[in-house]
Ligand binder design. Structure first.
Ligand code: DGT
Ligand code: CA
Ligand code: CA
Ligand code: ZN
Length: 575
């Protein structure tokens, strides 16, 4: 289940939104938002803390600590319940539209009585928003765009990180039951798609009832939506659907293959089976004429009988993996253990939540060979970075480098790519860093020509080694930059600039398809966490999953290289 920290973070953010919708004090809204982030990024599981412990969390005072204690004990906070009751559910739905803040949502509700996305769409088409103060044609466009973005992300699809937490809990619970021969999740989650529609869990066992009953009775199950002999579907307390299927142990491999999908991959594999005079189902691979069972126990046997190597789930999207497998040309995908270090991380010197020392210690615990600290530079002015501050940090990084046996530290920065492609510091100062990541953080709506030029200029700076979160998209919230990516990929390849695969589950940027395209230009990649807290370092797994979906190998990923090769790449003009 989601960590208590994540649940409280969501609660506090919701409360902040509710206060804002009701026109409450902006200072109070900010305070709850800040507290939400601090709790989410706090390394200790807050369910283990008492009121005094909770007050150690930055931005959490006495009254908030009391609320959290109450929430953890009862699942409710009266003040939040009251605020929820005062705001119609439809209005709360409005603020989930990207680009529509609480204040505008409130105006829409009070002035026009709008309390659902559908009513809002009607009002826009009837041009009723035009008369409202603060709403222009531009606002209408933004709202329409936000709604389409929300709908494109898929009604009810959730981020891979939330689904993974739930799925791992379920697999761990069911694996512990007597009679469980195998248990694993399948579906889009095993393929590591960036968003997940529902979770598919498989169990291999002789009897299905104990597993069906355990899932139905689990504390995270809110309701059972369907119950049969082979399959039970439930909805969790967080609204997520889980399909549990219990298979006979002998058909474990066939079931795993079938329910992992994707549907398009399965169709491709079944066509291949037919050409071999076989047929493939969730029970196994059979002779088409005699119905004799040919293979079913493991995925490997099934693929092997079709002339294929085992195909990693992250490739099963019908993007040429079956043809590549038949030719013996499947890529040897980069794996999490291949990653030797993280090249984009923050500390509390800027907007991170953990100290440099804590970040470094946590990175060393992950077994990294090297680790880069890349705090924000001055042009993100709210970070209040200065040359003095970052040079003082460099001193501390060098000290830690000497004491952190084995793990080498790199001192870097995350530069801001300005509207003209300009960077925070002059080249002489950039030359002092081991590594510069450069990213776009504002002016997302420039023209395609301007955005393309801007990214290419950043690539052309000899000190910029990595372009961070290249398209700046936020899944379900902000669209990717409208730049000519092919031109950017070409510039990266030409200048020896790596593109980031940002592992934050809300970003996953570049996305799988862009990675595939960029790779054809010979671009190299950096799979980074962009961690703002020690708890974010493990996000790397989602970036690696995305890299695999983009067919990347160790050789494509600069932070899977030994330090000497990485350093050659980082040298100005290197790469
Ligand atoms: P999702 O849940 O929307 O994120 O995506 P999936 O891929 O997990 O899809 P889901 O849950 O509907 O089904 C899980 C897998 O089961 C799917 O990837 C392939 C397999 N499957 C389900 N229904 C069919 C079907 O009608 N035909 C075929 N060939 N495979 C199916
Ligand atoms: Ca699914
Ligand atoms: Ca399903
Ligand atoms: Zn950034």
């Amino acid at each position: 289940m989601a960590r208590a920290n994540d649940r409280v973070e969501a609660l506090l953010q919701e409360y902040a939104d509710l206060i804002a919708i009701r026109g409450g004090d902006a200072f109070k809204v900010r305070a709850y938002e800040k507290a939400a982030r601090s709790v989410g990024g706090f390394p200790t599981d807050i369910s283990t803390l008492d009121e005094k412990g909770l007050r150690e969390i930055p931005n959490v005072g006495k009254s908030l600590a009391d609320k959290i204690v109450e929430f953890l004990r009862t699942g409710h906070v009266p003040a939040v319940d009251e605020a929820r009751a005062a705001v119609p559910a439809g209005v709360r739905e409005l603020i989930t539209i990207p680009g529509l803040g609480p204040r505008k949502a409130m105006v829409l509700h009070q002035e026009l009585g709008i309390s659902s996305v559908d009513q809002l769409l009607d009002a826009i088409h009837e041009e009723r928003l035009r008369d409202l103060k603060g709403f222009g044609e531009r606002t209408e466009e933004n709202i329409l765009h936000g709604i389409s973005l929300m709908q494109k992300a898929g009604e009810g699809r959730i981020l891979i990180s939330s689904a993974t937490d739930v799925a791992e809990q379920i697999v761990s619970d069911l694996s512990g039951l007597p009679g469980c021969k195998r248990c694993a999740y399948a579906g889009s989650l095993r393929r590591m798609r960036e968003t997940i529609g529902d979770i598919d869990v498989l169990v291999a066992a002789e009897r299905s009832e104990p597993f069906m009953e355990a899932l139905a009775a689990a504390p995270y199950t809110a309701e059972v939506i369907g119950q049969g002999r082979k399959k039970t579907s439930v909805r969790t307390t967080t609204g997520l659907q889980v399909d549990l299927r219990v298979l006979p142990p002998a058909s474990w491999g066939a079931g795993q293959q079938y329910f992992t999908g994707s549907k398009a991959h399965n169709i491709r594999v079944r066509e291949l089976a037919v050409r071999h005079g076989l047929k493939l189902s969730e029970y196994g691979l059979f002779d088409a004429e005699s119905d004799e069972l040919i293979a079913s126990a493991t995925e490997e046997e099934i693929y092997a009988r079709l002339g294929l190597p085992w195909i990693p789930p992250t490739l099963r999207e019908d993007r040429g993996e079956v043809a590549a497998g038949l030719r013996g040309e499947l890529p040897e995908l980069v794996s999490e253990k291949d990653v030797r270090g993280d090249l984009h991380t923050h500390t509390d010197l800027t907007d991170g939540l953990s100290s440099l020392d804590d970040m470094v210690a946590a990175a060393a615990d992950r077994g990294y060979a090297y680790y880069a600290v890349t705090d924000h530079a001055p042009n993100l002015y709210m970070q209040r970075m200065t040359e003095e501050k970052i040079l003082a940090q460099r001193e501390r990084v060098r000290e830690l480098d000497r004491s952190h046996h084995g793990m080498r530290l790199l001192h870097g920065t995350e530069l801001n790519i300005g509207p003209e492609g300009d960077l925070d510091w002059p080249d002489e100062f950039l030359a002092g860093f081991d590594l510069c990541v450069a990213s776009v953080h504002s002016h997302f709506n420039q023209s395609r020509r301007e955005l393309t030029r801007r990214l290419i200029r950043a690539c052309e700076n000899p000190y910029v080694a990595v372009i961070g979160h290249p398209t700046t998209r936020l899944i379900g919230k902000r669209p990717p930059l409208d730049a000519d990516l092919d031109a950017v990929f070409e510039a990266c390849a030409r200048t020896g600039t790596a593109l980031e695969v940002n592992s934050h589950p809300e970003r996953l940027d570049l996305c799988d398809e862009d990675i595939l395209r960029a790779k054809r230009y010979g671009v190299k990649f950096a799979v980074d966490s962009d961690a703002h807290s020690v708890t974010h370092l493990p996000y790397l797994r989602y970036g690696v999953g995305t890299a695999q979906r983009g067919w990347l190998t160790k050789d494509d990923v600069i932070n899977a290289w030994p330090l000497t090769r990485l350093k050659r790449f980082l040298r100005p003009g290197g790469g």
